[in-house]
Ligand binder design. Structure first.
Ligand SMILES: Nc1ccc(F)c(C(=O)c2c[nH]c3ncc(Cl)cc23)c1F
Ligand SMILES: [Fe+3]
Length: 291
């Protein structure tokens, strides 16, 4: 008997199409596009593809978190505090920008670097906290295999395995690979918003009679206490299941600044231009990658 009492059905489906971002980089933006500006608490989901010398040179963030999960190649990030690191395929960087970060994110290998970047909003009480990083190497990410289902637990818990990542905005972020014929039942807290983003292959989600969905599609899930998914194809199905507790607060966004009121955005722009309230070190810092 299934322990999902009220399976979530697919409420909306979008194909994420390539668009330009950064300097010469390409992203397939699903959350954050015109038709899906905000899916509380998520602001952006980018499936990025970048080949040197293109990249994401020096830019700021305030008021939210960025979660970068590498799928292929490597990206070096360096920030105005002197933090520098490289994440390779399978590695994760969970960056809490809080009151302010200025950093660059550039290709660190030959060829095309691919990955996902998710932007998670912070509650107003957390928007001005000190920045912090949680970085995990691929080998340290909790992973297990059950009945033809492999899961890498980026955040939250699945198939009896828990992530070590602390999620200030309560979030689950699960990377599933289903072998042909596998059937997944994954609980999701009823009050959370949740979506699926397909990376490889094709899968059936929600209603087992519905049409298979292919890569680069995002599926917004309706209400319920969990997700059911089936791989009825002869190839591996890989997708991420992401869920988060809605914040229910106003969102005022100006590019990489996300606050709750226009006044706070005006103040943020002033802070960034005058190097105050957390942007002090932006005055003299330039990344090594700055051309
Ligand atoms: N112009 C602009 C403005 C603000 C940004 F945050 C960015 C930016 O850095 C990214 C936006 N999508 C991303 N996907 C992956 C990676 Cl590694 C970086 C980004 C950017 F490019
Ligand atoms: Fe960034």
């Amino acid at each position: 008997c299934s322990y999902i009492n009220e399976p979530r059905l697919v409420a909306r489906k979008f194909l994420a199409r390539p668009q330009h971002e950064g300097v010469g980089a390409v992203v397939r933006r699903s959350i954050g596009r015109f038709e899906l500006k905000y899916f509380d608490p998520f602001l952006v989901l980018d499936e990025f593809s970048v080949t040197a010398p293109a990249g994401f040179p020096d830019h700021p963030h305030r008021g939210f978190e960025t979660v970068t999960y590498m799928l292929q190649g490597a990206v070096t990030h360096e920030d105005f505090e002197g933090h520098k690191g490289t994440i390779e395929a399978g590695d994760l960087q969970w960056m809490t920008a809080g009151r302010g970060i200025v950093h660059s994110e550039m290709p660190a290998a030959q060829g095309t670097q691919k990955g996902l970047q998710l932007w998670i909003n912070l509650a107003s009480k957390n928007k001005m906290i000190e920045p912090r990083y949680q970085e995990m190497l691929s080998k340290d990410i909790a992973e297990t295999m059950v009945d033809g289902i492999k899961v890498r637990v980026i955040a939250g818990e699945a198939l009896g395995v828990k992530s070590a990542i602390y999620t200030r905005t309560p979030t689950m972020y699960l990377d599933f690979s289903l072998k042909p014929g596998a059937h997944l039942q994954q609980p999701i807290p009823k009050s959370w918003n949740a979506f699926v983003y397909i990376l490889e292959g094709e899968g059936v989600f929600g209603n087992k009679k519905s049409q298979p969905v292919t890569s680069h599609h995002i599926l917004l899930l309706g209400s319920g206490d969990g997700l059911e998914a089936w791989n009825k194809s002869p190839k591996v199905l890989r997708f991420i299941l992401v869920g988060g507790e809605p914040l229910g607060e106003p969102v005022v966004q100006f590019g990489p600044f996300v606050m709750n009121t226009q006044e706070e955005i005006d103040q943020t722009i002033d802070d960034f231009e005058n190097y105050t309230n957390g942007f002090e070190k932006a005055r003299h810092w330039r990344s090594e990658s700055a051309l």
